[in-house]
Design a protein around this ligand. Structure first.
Ligand code: F0G
Length: 458
């Protein structure tokens, strides 16, 4: 029996129309888009699960806060309101607003990295990895083995393998300027990291005298899952868990487009005054004056309110139960999904669902197209289109271990009937899965091909 859909702790005040399309219209749209869902217009999509980033619904309090926005170039009241909430939740000594998460990553990389440096993490998100690579440094992923196993039910599949981290620091410590950990581990399935694991990372960082930075995009969802899954913290508040987690680190990057439920915004946070000063100079060059970063004053106010709302426990309960509800609905209908449910998305195991399609014919891309044609749902391929690469020495194509389609759930945006439509659509796709064909690439750029490549049925 699937559980009841969670009670939404909000009601709808303003709505956005969804264009209802026919199967024929969606087939035509797919053809025009070169069978790449990134090329669709949003009007062609009925349920948009491409990302949970910047796609959430702001509250009436956030819209009201926008009106209070102080657009003074320097020293705006909006900054002071944001500062108060950032200090309460993150607790670092210094912070800078940025226009989004990758801007914070870019500044951190600019002030800390040299050629051939190594930055370990559980799994770097692709913009973090790209910012590290752009400084001729190397991102290294050290997630625990269970993190890559779709059938493992480990409660903290985002944890760092501490033995591997220690080994890396023993071998290459001189080349490691800082360590990172991503909460939740988006690239690894939205899976949480335990506080015990972060304490372990801290201890190793202390031994080797390395700073620790948290990629904290989904810190509130991670803290909520810690409260549910790590017994020691079951009676702690989410804010106390978050504050304790941040106290174990020396700094953080943050995309406010996730757990601060705004459409744009980010933060870069530090305890080290010297690093903060260097970052401030970079910020002024790239983003703007330190009391607004790359944002308007009103954006700072919306973020200030969103940070509090993102930590609200009735909201987080609903949020994670909604993700789990979708997960369980899919499982009950024979759709293979990566478990256990994480914080912001479900990941469908296209490799398991379409075993007749080899990786060279992109089963996850084929599945994402089928979900769109069957029900107007837009997910994102996280398989060989996005991740396969060619070995420069042998020319051999290295395929990723998993072929996944991510359905990311925008915050406070879709209702039970929308997600029921997702379950029913995918149940039908699963029933007819043997009839789904693979695809081949018609045209693709050399890097980040998933955004712009075009495909044809084989
Ligand atoms: N770190 C993580 C873990 C992320 O998931 C993202 C963005 C970023 C950094 C970069 O933040 O977009 O504000 O520059 N993730 C989005 C996604 C794009 O769809 O998962 P940004």
């Amino acid at each position: 029996m699937i559980k009841k859909h969670p009670f939404e702790p909000f009601r709808i005040k303003s709505i956005e129309h969804i264009t209802i399309t026919t199967r024929q219209e969606r087939e035509e749209a797919c053809n025009r888009a070169g069978n790449n869902l990134f090329n669709l217009t949003s009007d062609e999509v009925m349920i948009d699960l491409l990302t949970d980033s910047g796609t959430g619904a702001m509250s009436s309090e956030q819209w009201a806060a926008l009106m209070r926005g102080d657009e003074s170039y320097a020293g705006a009241r909006s900054f002071r309101r944001l500062k108060k909430n950032v200090e309460e939740i993150f607790g670092f000594d210094y912070f800078l607003p940025t226009h989004q998460g990758r801007a914070a990553e870019g500044i951190l990389a600019a002030i800390t990295l040299k050629d051939n440096n190594i930055v370990p993490s559980n799994t770097h998100f692709d913009t973090t990895a790209a910012n590290i690579l752009s400084r001729n440094a190397v991102p290294v992923n050290l997630v625990i083995e269970e993190g890559g196993d779709p059938n493992s039910n480990h409660p903290f599949k985002g944890n760092v393998d501490l033995q591997k981290l220690r080994h890396l620091l023993e071998e290459e410590g001189d080349n490691v300027p800082f360590c990172m950990v991503t909460v939740t581990n988006n690239a690894g399935g939205g899976q949480p990291v335990s506080i015990e694991n972060i304490e372990g990372i801290r201890k190793i960082c202390d031994e080797f005298d390395k700073p620790l930075f948290i990629d904290s995009c989904r810190f509130a969802e991670n803290s909520w899952l810690v409260k549910l899954r790590e017994e020691k913290y079951s009676s702690w508040s989410v804010k106390d868990i978050a504050k304790y987690m941040f106290s174990l680190a020396d700094g953080a990057t943050f995309s406010a487009k996730k757990d601060a439920i705004v459409n744009i915004g980010g933060l870069l946070l530090f305890n080290d005054k010297k690093l903060f000063k260097m970052a401030k100079n970079e910020l002024i060059m790239r983003e703007g004056f330190p009391t607004y970063g790359g944002l308007a004053g009103r954006d700072l106010d919306a973020m200030a309110v969103g940070l509090q709302e993102g930590c609200d426990e009735s909201y987080l309960k609903y949020r994670t139960e909604q993700v789990a509800w979708l997960y369980e609905g899919l499982v009950a209908n024979g759709v293979p999904v990566v478990g256990p449910p994480g914080g912001h998305a479900v990941y469908i195991d296209a490799g398991a669902m379409l075993p007749h399609i080899p990786a060279s014919e992109f089963p996850a891309q084929a599945l994402s197209l089928e979900a769109y044609i069957e029900g107007g749902i837009r997910g994102v391929e996280v398989g060989s289109v996005m991740l396969a690469h060619t070995r420069p020495d042998t020319g051999e194509i290295i395929y990723p271990p998993l072929e996944l389609v991510r359905f990311a759930i925008p915050r406070r945006t879709y209702t039970e009937s929308h997600l029921k439509h997702v379950v029913n659509t995918m149940a039908k796709v699963a029933q007819n899965s043997t009839k789904i064909n693979g695809v081949k690439i018609v045209e693709a750029p050399e890097f980040l091909r998933h955004f712009t490549a075009t495909f044809a049925q084989v």
